[in-house]
Design a protein around this ligand. Sequence first.
Ligand code: RB5
Length: 143
Amino acid sequence: MKIGICNDHAGVEYKFKLIKMLRERGCEVVNYGTDTEASVDYPDFAHALATAVEKGEVELGIALCGTGNGMAITLNKHQGIRAGLAWSTEVGRLVKAHNNANVLVLPARFIPYRLASVIVRTWLDTPFEGGRHQRRIEKMSVK
Ligand code: RB5
């Protein structure tokens, strides 16, 4: 599986740890984030990841910023993106099972890395349930 990952200055450390974990799992990872803790603007990186997912250059994406909200709000401006913010393992499961999130967003300043890692693995391993949830995600877009 090919996964894109992006981050602002708040998510640099988690980004590198997640890349290592994902590569150890056999994933190909493309880095769309900043690699230093110099202050940057999260939309620049969110748009790069969203465009890559929409074009099919990567199958799924992971985005990290301080609260996760800046990334999630920006990512969800893209029609082809369903970005979901997760702060617990159960929310990470549900955001795939029910919302079929193609980008997982994590609040790097509010959860420990170990939890972030478990959330990512749970989201990747959880299948979308379809059925009534498919009907609901089809109603998300503004016509
Ligand atoms: C950066 O200081 C911070 O604003 C950003 O990481 C994020 O939390 C925004 O939503």
